[in-house]
Design a protein around this ligand. Structure first.
Ligand code: PGA
Ligand code: MN
Length: 477
């Protein structure tokens, strides 16, 4: 049996990918998690597509995670009489909170607090940095600017201040409603857009829990301030998204690659998940094959150690959603196995605070130093699998659990492959034998292979993993 792909694929759903036939082909081509983007579409549409994904997953026997991505405070300009204007370098332009319908000289603001957040000399970026203006003068109702990079500006485009500093809160009233919708369809992950600090994440988690949701909370790192608060945001979250689209606007595009590496490393050290996102296969919106640069970008994210790589418009609105997933899977597959799997030296000097963590690390150490075919984790919550997936041993981790929610959350973990399992025995020996048979039935291992099993006693207690057993397949049958 070939080793399954370690790095997971998140695919954004949209008009190009909401019909059942396309969804099924995308899942068969390698999608592990679907992203429902609350910046577009209605609650009814999202509910409908999630139920189709769940139904297809069930039919195919795959645990597909669902990530609900909140819109957040996208800071936008108002509208123009003709829908858009063309501005050239040197033009004067004013943002005016009293302006209802804009023209070549001025436009209104959806985000009226902008007048309080900027000062003269600031640089404003519009439409994801495609147009740039310098601020000349600010009053309590207007911001006068000079265009320094011209282009076409259309209705409701986003606006950012270079260097960050906008005071908009991370959770809008719409986000609060959308959290309830996401809990309603049992989202496995909720992504919070534009968090600045840990309290933004605590607030989102509180709202999710209050509505009865169990979703893992993902912080999208896309603000200048979030970089400075990375450690506290990580600690307040279950994972982060390296949201390169907005992040590049706030910190400058050239700073993003090194930040990506730093974020992934720090997240793994803190036992948190990572999704690397935006423009990964951008040219495949229009083309059936990726560029060399895109192939390298995806492979490099894999080598950085990301849990998952994400597709945005490629699968939401592109011409080739299925081909894009297949191409990404192919690149991940090869990159997964091209790194070297020596455990970091610092690993040897670590001390562990928890028993399940210590067992997980012992399993990894053994797997990296002995010819182990597979790791099997008998788990409830998946916490042992999470610890094990934070370091690379090159050995696939099968997480066997009857808990469907745990399996769906583990769909994002690098190198972890959830397997549904209902145990019939109640003592340790019979459980281990059941797992052995399951792995053989699935074609994962064969007679003579070594398997590492982690298990908790007493059986069935969440977070109770305390035992590591090395099993030679067939020895006890
Ligand atoms: P978005 O977030 O697609 O919701 O804008 C991702 C990013 O900014 O990169
Ligand atoms: Mn963004």
């Amino acid at each position: 049996m070939t080793i399954p792909r370690a790095t997971k694929i998140v695919a954004t759903l949209g008009p190009a990918s909401t019909d059942s036939a396309t969804l099924e082909r995308m899942i068969l081509s390698g999608v592990n998690v679907v992203r429902v983007n609350f910046s577009h579409g209605t609650a009814e549409e999202h509910i409908g597509v999630v139920s189709r994904v769940r139904e297809i997953g069930k039919r195919l026997g795959r645990d597909i995670g669902v990530l609900a991505d909140l819109q957040g405070p996208k800071i936008r300009i108002g509208k123009f009489a003709d829908g858009k204007v063309t501005l050239v370098e040197g033009d004067r332009f004013t943002f005016d909170i009293d302006c209802e319908i804009g023209d070549e000289t001025r436009v209104g603001l959806d985000y009226k607090d902008l007048v309080n957040d900027v000062k003269s000399g600031d640089t404003l970026l519009l439409n994801d940095g495609r147009m740039i203006m310098r601020v000349d003068r600010v009053t309590d109702r207007t911001i006068d600017c000079t265009v320094t990079l011209g282009g076409v500006l259309s209705n409701r485009k986003g606006i950012n201040r270079q260097g960050g500093g906008l005071s908009a809160p991370a959770l809008t009233a719409k986000d609060m409603d959308d959290i309830k919708t996401a809990v309603g369809f049992a989202a496995d992950f909720v992504a919070v857009s534009f968090p600045k600090n840990a309290s933004d994440m605590y607030m989102a988690r509180e709202l999710c829990r209050a509505a009865g949701g169990k979703a893992l909370m993902i912080a999208k790192i896309e603000r200048f301030e979030a970089i400075g608060n990375l450690e506290e945001i990580l600690k307040a979250s279950d994972g982060i998204m390296v949201a390169r689209g907005d992040l590049a606007v706030e910190v400058g595009d050239a700073a993003v690659p090194a930040l990506q590496k730093r974020m992934i490393r720090m997240a793994k050290e803190l036992n948190r998940l990572t999704i690397t996102a935006t423009q990964m296969m951008e040219s495949m919106i229009e083309s059936p094959v990726p560029t060399r640069a895109e192939v390298s970008d995806v492979a490099n994210a894999v080598l950085d150690g990301t849990d998952a790589v994400m597709l945005s418009a490629e699968t939401a609105a592109g011409k080739y959603p299925v081909e894009t997933v297949a191409a990404m899977a192919r690149v991940c597959d090869e990159a997964d196995r091209s790194g070297s799997f020596s455990l970091d030296k610092e690993f040897l000097n670590r001390t562990f605070g928890r028993i399940d963590q210590a067992v997980a690390m012992a399993a990894l150490f053994t797997a990296a130093h002995m010819k182990i075919k597979a790791i099997a984790s008998l788990t409830q919550s998946g916490s042992t699998a999470l610890w094990m997936s934070r370091l690379d041993s090159g050995v696939p981790i099968y997480a066997l659990t009857p808990e469907e929610g745990s399996r769906r959350r583990m769909s994002l973990y690098r190198e972890v492959h959830p397997v549904p399992m209902t145990y019939t025995g109640s003592d340790r020996e019979s459980l281990l034998l059941e797992v052995e048979h399951k792995l053989v039935d699935l074609g994962i291992v064969e007679r003579g292979d070594l398997v590492l099993m982690t298990i908790g006693t007493p059986i069935g207690k969440s977070g109770g993993t305390n035992t590591l057993q090395i099993v030679r397949v067939g020895d006890r049958a």
